[in-house]
Structures are given as structure tokens and as C-alpha cells.
Design a protein around this ligand. Structure first.
Ligand code: GRG
Length: 291
């Protein structure tokens, strides 16, 4: 069952981060950082990485640092996304958002510390990966998180509020805001598996498509999901005038686009080996999920 897989993976990554932090000097920010990254969250990006590991025959211990780093970046982006100057949300993962619990300044600092922690986790001496590979992965993660990735996508998302944007512009913004980190998940796994540059790019593109599918499903949950299951406020996209495919074309057309995208992803995956079952299950979950 996919739910059990997600819980099992989340537990592993949480334990890794707790252990990693316990090796560092204590600070006032550890508690809000743990609040933002440990408790709650599906850790779907980690599951995607571990599923890709099965496809590319990579040992799990070679991927745990990558999973933990991605979850730190992801949680950092959520902490900042919830701030009053961004999407202004009081609840996340069924509990108070980090700034509501600890105050805005602490949330900014805890989020920024999770960002830098991600890079420490990959650069760690105990992580047995060549320096060349670590460099390549760190550079890719920085590229996917910064102005050409998550942060750049978020800027577009905020600038697009209450503006009439075309589907291509919306999809491009969502590819950056959400897709790029999923691109990293598959591309980093391809780097570890010694794949050719061509294959790294192809796998990264599949990751980006999965991320876009994930964002579309997130928009569907905002429209039709349950606040209790999703763990955050819903029906906000319409109120805030967000540029989403649902708001532009309506639920039915947006869902049909997502369904076609899913089929395209599954078709592309076929060219990348036989052990695709786990990744395929996770992709099906992404579009069917209710949390
Ligand atoms: C530079 C990393 C960085 C951040 C600053 C605030 C910001 C810029 C970006 C926000 C990007 C953002 C909120 C994208 C939304 C992606 C998304 C669908 C989030 C929900 O992810 P889930 O469902 O969350 O995986 P859980 O709670 O399960 O971890």
C-alpha cells in the first residue's frame, strides 16, 4: 500500500535529520527547524527519489542524504510560503504554520537554516560519494531552488495574482515553483547511478513533469479537497485570484490535462528500464490523492 510506503520512508528521513542535527551544536533555531521539517508532511519527494533508486538500482544508503536535503529545501519553501508577505497561511500539515507558532522572525531564520542545512547534508564527510558527484549534485540543487527554480517560480506565482495569464505561462510558473525540485530528485539519482548526460537530462525532465502533475493535483485539492485531510486552508486559489489551470479553464478541463500528462509520463518511463512499478504506483497516487 502506497500509504504504508510513504509512512515508512518519512520515518527514515525524519530519523536521519534528527540524527544529523544531534551531531551539530545546539541552537535556539533547532526547535522551529524540527517543527517545520520533521513533524508531518508526506515526504513524497523522498519517496520519488527512493522509487527512482529502485529503477536505477542504487543502494538506499546512497540516497538518504539526497532525500533529507530535498525535504529541508521543501520545508524551508513552505515555511516561507506561509509567511504574511507571501501566501499568509496560518495552518500547514494540520497544525499552526511555523511563523504562527514561533513568530515571523524566527520562521524566516529557521527556514533559511533549513536551506543551508540541505547543502551541509550533501557535503557531509560521512556521506560516501565522490567529491565530483557531490559538487554536481550541490550545483544542481542550488539551480533548482533559486531564481531559475522554486524561488523564481514563487515570484511569478505572486506576480500572476489577479492577472489573466495564458496556460503556457501558468504551466511554466508551476514547472519552476514545484517541478524543478522533482527534476532534481530524478536527476540527482541519475548522477549517483553514473548515467550519461543525455539520460540525466531526460530523467530530470520526467521528474519535472511529475512535479507539474503534483502541483496540478495540489490545485485540485484546493478546489475539491477536505481541509481536514489536506491539513491546510482550502478554496484559497479563487479568493486570492491565483493563476491556476483550474481557475483559467475549469476543473474538468484541467483534470483532463493532468490525466494526459500522467499518461505521457508513464509512457516516457517505459524507456528507462523495467523496475518502474514503485515509481508508477507513486505517480498514480499523486493524481488520485486526497491529502
Ligand atoms: C527558494 C526554496 C525557496 C523558497 C522560497 C516561498 C518560496 C520561495 C517558494 C514556495 C514554493 C511552493 C510553496 C510551492 C508549492 C509546492 C507544493 C505543491 C507544496 C505542497 O507540497 P506537499 O503536498 O507538502 O508535498 P507536505 O506537507 O506533504 O510536505
Amino acid at each position: 500500500m502506497i500509504k504504508n510506503k510513504l509512512i515508512k520512508n518519512a520515518k527514515k528521513i525524519d530519523e536521519f535529520i534528527i540524527n544529523f542535527l544531534s551531531r551539530q551544536q545546539n541552537s535556539l533555531l533547532i526547535r522551529p527547524m524540527k517543527y517545520g521539517v520533521i513533524s508531518g508532511g508526506k515526504k513524497i519527494r523522498s519517496t520519488i527519489i527512493l522509487d527512482t533508486g529502485k529503477l536505477l538500482k542504487i543502494k538506499e544508503k546512497k540516497l538518504i542524504n539526497i532525500c533529507a536535503a530535498v525535504e529541508c529545501i521543501h520545508s524551508y519553501s513552505l515555511i516561507h510560503d506561509d509567511l504574511p508577505c507571501m501566501d499568509n497561511d496560518s495552518y500547514r500539515r494540520g497544525k499552526l504554520s511555523t511563523h504562527k507558532k514561533f513568530g515571523e522572525a524566527t520562521a524566516v531564520l529557521a527556514g533559511s537554516s533549513l536551506l543551508t542545512l540541505a547543502f551541509e547534508i550533501i557535503a557531509d564527510k560521512k556521506y560516501l560519494l565522490s567529491s565530483e558527484k557531490k559538487n554536481e549534485i550541490i550545483s544542481l540543487l542550488a539551480n533548482c531552488s533559486g531564481h531559475s527554480g522554486i524561488a523564481g517560480g514563487q515570484e511569478l506565482d505572486l506576480k500572476f495574482e489577479n492577472k489573466k495569464k495564458r496556460s503556457i505561462q501558468i504551466l511554466n510558473m508551476q514547472r519552476k515553483k514545484t517541478g524543478k525540485l522533482f527534476n532534481f530528485c530524478l536527476q540527482a539519482s541519475a548522477i549517483i547511478a553514473n548515467k550519461s548526460n543525455h539520460e540525466k537530462i531526460l530523467l530530470g525532465k520526467i521528474g519535472e513533469d511529475i512535479g507539474l502533475l503534483f502541483q496540478l493535483a495540489d490545485d485540485f485539492l484546493d478546489e475539491k479537497g477536505s481541509k481536514k485531510l489536506v491539513g491546510k486552508a482550502i478554496k484559497k486559489d479563487k479568493k486570492k485570484g491565483k493563476s491556476t489551470l483550474v481557475n483559467l479553464k475549469g476543473f474538468k478541463k484541467a483534470f483532463s490535462y493532468a490525466d494526459k500528462l500522467k499518461k505521457k509520463i508513464l509512457l516516457k518511463l517505459k524507456k528507462h528500464g523495467k523496475n518502474t512499478t514503485e515509481l508508477k504506483d507513486t505517480i498514480e497516487f499523486i493524481i488520485e490523492r486526497n491529502f
